[in-house]
Design a protein around this ligand. Structure first.
Ligand SMILES: Cc1cc2nc3c(=O)[nH]c(=O)nc-3n(C[C@H](O)[C@H](O)[C@H](O)COP(=O)(O)OP(=O)(O)OC[C@H]3O[C@@H](n4cnc5c(N)ncnc54)[C@H](O)[C@@H]3O)c2cc1C
Length: 390
């Protein structure tokens, strides 16, 4: 009997596990995913600001080239029956398993802010990002030569990346459509007293200076109370006019786990508590990536690491060897801000400017190489700096 490994979710963790396990003899591996591609989120901001989406979209047929034990099924898990080791998909199909890898990632969260979901744009998937890009293009064209007020809520990496690149996009739109450039007036609204609050103070300061030099207004220590069609309400009574609001302030671990309190224990961040082997609920169920309560979850680098970790442990166990315990791996943080500039932080070490940008481009290529053969990785990577047809 081949051991059946069922992987749910085709993000970084699930795809990495499928890649490693899919070329193992003696395993029957199924990847259940609603999409036919992996999305490289690190490059999403460049899709928003007019660069080719091909750096973001990595089709599975380019990734799974040497995985004879792997079957990819386009479906969405709607029910987990751990007592009989089965999952039911939206299609009605039932998937039995011996080992289950839950790689469900994150979801967007609006924290109940009135009007935010209805009136704001986001950058969490390729579809959100293309929609926002098209709205920006249309607004820049209808405001040629005039101001466009854009408020970005959340000065974490995504908000900062988009804020730093909007001026470039206004220029690209003007050039392509032979119009006067619109003048984006960008405000970055953040509850914390500094941008990139999860970074060191030095990295935050460098990022703040860079954003200032690019003309981005910082509104720090500012709580957003509501979002309306043409303005935000902040600090209870203040009105902040905005032609476009971009929400980058909230994501949370998949809500699937919260709906099954009898099966999963959650930490304060609503992430699933896991054993030293990333198991949850029983010893055949693993939770990987953003949804797992590990020290560095919330980063693609961690999700990839988790995918390799669980896959290699399953291979060890199949060989009759002992599984190894999880050792959290600190990620490198790199945030691009405007053309050819990034701030990078590894431990206490911070680099910025063109040197930071070089670190970032190297990191982009490294992620693509993890999943694609060299030639394809180079192709997607180079396309990421090319202007799209928008
Ligand atoms: C704009 C943006 C920029 C980012 N930039 C970086 C960066 O530069 N560096 C970095 O390290 N990290 C970055 N991240 C974070 C990174 O994208 C996440 O940490 C990473 O995606 C987590 O991987 P994952 O496999 O846990 O989940 P995901 O990548 O979210 O994948 C989960 C998958 O599971 C699927 N799924 C969910 N529920 C089900 C179900 N019931 N049935 C079937 N499938 C299901 C989802 O559709 C999704 O495809 C960024 C995130 C965003 C949004």
């Amino acid at each position: 009997m081949q051991r059946r490994v069922l992987i749910i979710g085709g993000g970084f963790a699930g795809v990495q596990a499928a890649k490693v396990l899919g070329n193992q003899k003696g395993l029957d591996v199924t990847l259940l995913t609603p999409h036919p591609q992996l999305e490289y989120h690190g490059a999403l901001y460049r899709t928003v600001t007019g660069r080719s989406p091909l750096e973001v979209v990595l089709p599975f047929h380019e990734i799974f080239t040497e995985q004879p034990s792997l079957t990819v099924v386009n479906d969405f898990m709607v029910e987990l029956r751990p007592h009989v080791h089965e999952v039911r998909g939206e299609s009605g199909r039932v998937y039995p398993y011996d080992d289950l890898l839950l790689c469900l990632g994150y979801e967007i969260a609006y924290f109940g802010i009135p009007g935010m979901q209805e009136h704001s744009e986001t950058v969490y998937t390729i579809f959100d990002s293309l929609r926002l890009r098209n709205r920006l293009r249309d607004t820049f064209l209808s405001h040629a030569g005039r101001e466009v007020k854009i408020s970005i809520v959340g000065a974490g990496p995504s908000g900062v990346e988009v804020a730093g690149d909007l001026g470039t996009f206004a220029g690209l739109v003007a050039e392509r459509y032979d119009k006067q450039p619109a003048k984006p007036v960008v405000t970055l609204v953040e509850r914390a007293p500094r941008v990139l609050p999860m970074f060191s103070e030095e990295a935050s300061w460098l990022a703040g200076e860079r954003l200032g030099a690019l003309g981005v207004e910082l509104k720090l220590t500012t709580a957003v109370n509501a979002c309306h069609l043409h303005h935000l309400t902040v600090n209870e009574t203040e009105k902040l006019p905005a032609d476009i609001v971009i929400w980058t302030a909230g994501s949370r671990a998949s809500s699937f786990f919260e709906k099954h309190p009898a099966l999963f224990s959650l930490d304060q961040r609503k992430k699933v508590e896991v054993s030293e082997f990333l198991q949850a609920n029983d010893e055949d169920t693993y939770v990987l990536g953003d949804a797992a309560s590990t020290q560095f979850s919330g980063m693609a680098q961690t999700a990839i690491y988790d995918g390799t970790f669980v896959a290699e442990n399953l291979i060890r166990r199949a060989k009759g060897e002992a599984m190894l315990p999880y050792q959290p791996k600190p990620p490198v943080y790199v945030v691009p801000i405007g053309p050819d500039w990034a701030v990078a932080q590894e431990g206490d070490k911070v680099v910025s400017g063109e040197a930071g940008w070089a670190v970032r481009r190297e990191a982009d290529l490294m992620v693509l190489r993890t999943f694609l053969p060299e030639e394809k990785a180079q192709l997607h990577w180079k396309q990421g700096l090319e202007t799209a047809k928008f």
